[in-house]
Design a protein around this ligand. Structure first.
Ligand code: DQA
Length: 138
């Protein structure tokens, strides 16, 4: 099984960006700790909406599922939401912080209704749980 994790804008700064919200571990360090038998995990991060759309489109050719943290684009991007709808592999939405305990503009995401589920507020653990879910569906 092959899973793609896609992180959106500013998540390249994990570890130093608002650590009280997002923790002090970089995503690269976290990735090294993720191991699942029989699962290959690929990682893509971009600050650019179109690059994320292309990555989502291409995932249908090479992957069995996607874990997507579109970051701020979750709240603004119909293009990313449409890309999720356009592919036929499961996509799990993840947010590191609890977006429902934050500003009102973070409470709505264009992705929630297009993804198989959403995990928010469980820190980086959310990515691991999303992968466990995808594995359980195989
Ligand atoms: C985030 C939450 C978003 O509202 C924010 O814009 C991010 C990160 C999260 O992982 O908690 O950049 O997606």
């Amino acid at each position: 099984m092959r899973i793609l994790i896609i992180n959106g804008p500013n998540l390249n700064l994990l570890g130093t960006r608002e650590p009280e919200l997002y923790g002090s571990q970089s995503f690269e360090e976290f990735l090294k700790t993720l191991h699942f038998d029989g699962v290959e995990i690929d990682y893509f991060q971009s600050n650019i909406e179109g690059e994320m759309i292309t990555a989502i489109q291409n995932s249908r050719l090479h992957h069995d599922g996607v874990v997507l943290n579109a970051a701020a684009y979750s709240h603004t991007s119909i293009g990313i939401a449409d890309a999720v709808t356009a592919i036929d592999i499961p996509v799990v939405e993840v947010h590191i912080s609890n977006i429902y305990r934050r500003e009102n503009f973070r409470h709505f995401t264009y992705l929630a209704s297009r993804c198989v589920g959403t995990i928010a507020g469980l820190g980086l653990k959310g990515y691991e749980l999303a992968i466990l879910y995808l594995l359980s569906q195989k």
